[in-house]
Design a protein around this ligand. Structure first.
Ligand code: HEM
Length: 526
């Protein structure tokens, strides 16, 4: 009996008893801290006045988890449908779905991007990852000429060659193999196209992704994107990123490629074979001098700027065109009207339609693109900003400092106070003088001081690709397509059902291989 008691209570030596009492003190303090934090969050937190699900008072896990799995739009919709245009989504986060309040948060450098964005870098802060006003303004000034209409006119031939002409070449070769028509995956074709355009303007040479159906750098970039996303949600992961093999590979690949591109460009400039009239992104950054130190951009700074441009400029534009073709296929009457406009305005197929001509002569096609950008915004998910030291007034609530504000563009784009029948695809809402005003309410490129600097370039690409594509080819859905005009969605007021999507900023089709195919043939008559 004695030995039994000794065995059981033998661990209660004086040292162990001391340790136990210390750990009890520790657990005691921890419990008091934890319980008081929970009570504070439940009953005293200044954000408690904002409506929202009960868990948002206690934890950010359900919200951030949904963002990580690509359902940022889904969870935001659910919350805003229930609680209105402002809602609490985590203890220190609110979400806003109202256009004028979103614009307010985007209007000034006072409301900074949130700290996590700083993790989106390879070596150095960039135009995208910086939270610093002076730095961001400097980079915008440096690269600005390459994104201006004057600058873009000097590279329109690069955009057309690597864009629509390259696409046509690929389609024509496919049609030849398959006789009168070919089955094309338009989503992957647009990704290859924008990759080639942006690489030509950013690295001075095309990746030839259209020709080879991809490029190793893009695969590396995809891995980099995934890592950036994880770091965005779990910033502490940043410390481990540098030892992840995919990250090491990505960094090396991007650095080697950038150094090669810089050297080649310097050589062509030296030899006089580079046309000085041409204002491309690479040249703008190579000629720039940092106002911070009076020096030209270092190789490391260039790597970050060029990679950010490649990431920001490829999938966004490609997916916008992908959603557009998908929507055209779901709304045949609109599509027919768009085709008629293109064919009437540009009957002569001998020359590619230029950007400025398309802008001027195709108002209905332009309106249909705005309507696609509203209805299926690739940036529809969450863009975050932080409240300033003095806080901010949003949707009638006074929000204190240090609160993350999720700007839910998709919600604003479906706000029935601003958009009549928001679920309907109706390009007419962007026609005429009233339509011109409504274009300013589309937030797809963001708004205010950090508005997308590449938006003009995106328009140059879209407005050289889509009208030329429509003029030269007829397209239709394959017989086994799941998403077609008569497949209606009760959740969208019985409008045609959209392809299932995943919001990994940019928002993309969940099953591109299955759902983004079209039959394509040469247009025989007008
Ligand atoms: C349809 C195509 C595009 C869409 C929808 C789009 C959308 C956006 C949005 C919403 C932002 C703001 C993100 C934020 O505030 O967190 C942004 C920023 C940015 N975009 Fe785009 N973008 C497109 C095309 C492009 C292109 C073609 C380029 C360049 C080649 C580009 C380069 C950038 C850069 C560098 C930023 C960061 C600007 C800053 O933080 O100050 N984008 N874009």
């Amino acid at each position: 009996m004695y030995s039994l008691i000794k065995n059981y209570l033998g661990f209660l030596t004086p040292t162990n008893l001391q340790k136990l009492s210390k750990s009890r003190i520790f657990y005691g303090i921890f419990s008091v801290y934890f319980i008081s934090k929970v009570l504070y969050r439940l009953f005293l937190h200044p954000l408690n006045k904002i409506p929202g699900p009960w868990w948002a008072r206690l934890t950010s896990i359900p919200y951030l988890f949904q963002i990580v799995i690509g359902n940022g739009i889904g969870i935001s919709k659910k919350i805003h449908d229930k609680y209105g245009s402002i809602a609490r989504v985590a203890p220190d986060k609110i979400s806003v779905a109202d256009t004028s309040n979103i614009k307010k948060m985007l209007s000034s450098y006072k409301y900074k991007k949130i700290k996590n964005v700083e993790s989106a870098k390879i070596y150095h802060e960039s135009i995208f990852s910086t939270r610093d006003e002076t730095f961001n303004k400097m980079r915008r000034r440096q690269v600005g000429p390459a994104y201006s209409h004057t600058g873009l006119d000097t590279v329109e031939n690069v955009i057309v060659e690597n864009g629509i002409l390259s696409l046509k070449k690929m389609i024509d070769s496919q049609i030849k193999q398959g006789k009168a028509s070919a089955l094309i995956n338009y989503s992957s074709a647009f990704k290859n196209l924008t990759t080639d355009v942006i690489s030509a303007l950013t690295f001075g040479k095309s990746f030839d992704a259209m020709k080879n159906n991809g490029h190793p750098i893009m695969e590396s970039l995809e891995q980099g994107r995934v890592l950036t996303k994880v770091v965005f949600v779990i910033p502490h992961f940043r410390k481990f990123v540098n030892v992840v093999p995919a990250s090491i590979k990505f960094k090396k690949a991007m650095t080697d490629y950038t150094v090669g591109a810089i050297n080649e460009r310097k050589q062509t400039v030296k030899e006089g074979t580079y046309n000085p009239e041409k204002t491309d992104i690479l040249q703008m950054y190579l000629e720039s001098v940092n106002t911070t130190n009076g020096k030209k951009l270092s190789t490391e700074e260039l790597v970050d700027e060029l990679v950010v441009t490649l990431i920001g400029g490829t999938d966004t534009t490609a997916l916008t065109m992908t959603w557009l073709i998908h929507i055209y296929m779901l709304y045949p009457k609109v599509y027919k009207k768009v085709c008629n406009e293109v064919l009437e305005q540009f009957p002569d197929k001998s020359q590619p339609i230029q950007y400025s001509e398309a802008r001027q002569k195709l108002p209905y096609l332009v309106a249909s693109i705005y309507e696609c950008m509203r209805l299926r915004a690739v940036s529809g998910g969450i863009t975050f900003r932080e409240t300033s030291a003095e806080g901010v007034e949003l949707c009638g609530y006074s929000i204190p400092n240090n609160v993350d504000v999720a700007l839910y563009f998709e919600g604003a784009h479906h706000d029935s106070k601003l958009w009549k029948n928001p679920q309907t695809f109706n390009p007419d809402r962007f026609m005429g003088p009233e339509g011109e005003k409504m274009k300013k309410e589309v937030l797809v490129f963001s708004s205010g001081v950090r508005i997308c600097p590449g938006r003009n370039l995106a328009w140059y690409e879209i407005l050289t690709v889509i009208p030329n594509f429509i003029r030269d080819y007829e397209i239709s859905l394959p017989i086994d397509a799941i998403y077609k005009p008569n497949n209606l969605d009760p959740l969208r007021n019985n409008e045609p059902k959209f392809i299932d999507d995943i919001d990994w900023n940019p928002r993309q089709p969940r099953n591109e291989k299955r759902d983004c195919n079209i039959i394509i043939r040469h247009r025989v008559s007008n």
